[in-house]
Design a protein around this ligand. Structure first.
Ligand code: PGA
Length: 257
């Protein structure tokens, strides 16, 4: 696993944008995430599109997850969120932005259809946030490390963490469709970003803890090309941080972004 520690959330966003831009230039399939952490990365990518000629032409987007029971036009649906925060502001075809169908009458069939669709493509890079409980996508603790796209019940902690996006915690959907951990691992490159002290324990468990369904993000340990990109606060509980910084500073030229 590659661990990149940057001084500030702004530096994390710039580094994430550097990495994603490399894939965008090749018209790749991009796996994207919602949540508050990636917003600064999206803003940096939009800025590069508007002012530096970065193009996403030919790219497709697959989202990680979606709330069940929200119309795709609902402001807090993830289909709407990714458009509002990112894809409406760049040169990507709206018809090439895909999410699990959160308002399907048959969520199990919708999950299977999304799994089949994403399996038919090669996701070059998957951007990931991480929950305070170690979830990625909506794979809550105890999710099978070999799970595929399916319906999940949200942990009350996740509902509480996400209530800030809704007028009332009662409005946060209790069920979701999410790519599974095996689905996520099929992407060519996994890029997990985290900032702030509230993520420090989850990052330590992901990078240095045992491979465990209790920390779904630890599935990155099974991936041959996983990058964990964090600020100083989120890195605070990493025991080997000096080694990670040494390895980052002494990276061979062919590995630099
Ligand atoms: P956050 O969410 O970026 O808003 O902290 C991350 C997640 O829950 O996956």
């Amino acid at each position: 696993m590659e661990i990149l520690i940057r001084a500030t959330p702004e530096a994390v966003a710039k580094q994430a944008a550097d990495i994603i831009a490399g894939y965008a230039r090749n018209g790749s399939v991009l796996g994207l995430a919602t949540g508050s952490t990636p917003i600064a990365t999206y803003q940096e990518l939009i800025r590069r599109h508007q002012h530096e000629g970065l193009s996403f032409a030919g790219c497709k987007v697959f989202m990680l997850d979606e709330y069940l029971g929200l119309d795709p036009q609902h402001e807090q649906s993830y289909a709407r969120t990714i458009r509002r925060e990112f894809t409406e502001h760049i040169d990507i075809n709206d018809a090439d932005v895909f999410s699990p169908s959160g308002n399907s009458k048959d969520p199990l069939a919708a999950a299977a259809a999304y799994e089949q669709h994403i399996t038919s493509e090669h996701v070059a890079i998957q951007l990931l946030g991480i929950g305070t409980n170690g979830h990625i996508g909506f794979n809550e603790p105890t999710s099978s490390l070999n799970s595929v796209t399916r319906m999940k019940t949200l942990h009350p902690q996740t509902i509480q963490d996400n209530a800030r996006f809704f007028d009332d915690a009662e409005e946060v959907p209790t069920h979701v469709l999410t790519q599974g951990l095996a689905t996520i691992r099929r992407a060519g490159h996994l890029l997990l970003v985290a900032t702030g002290a509230s993520k420090a324990a989850a990052i330590a468990a992901t990078v240095e803890g045992p491979l465990s369904a209790m920390c779904p993000a630890s599935t990155l340990q099974l991936h041959p090309h996983a990058t964990v990109l964090v600020d100083e606060e989120a890195a605070a509980q990493l025991t080997f941080r000096e080694y990670y910084q040494y390895a980052d500073q002494n990276k061979p030229a062919f590995q630099r972004y």
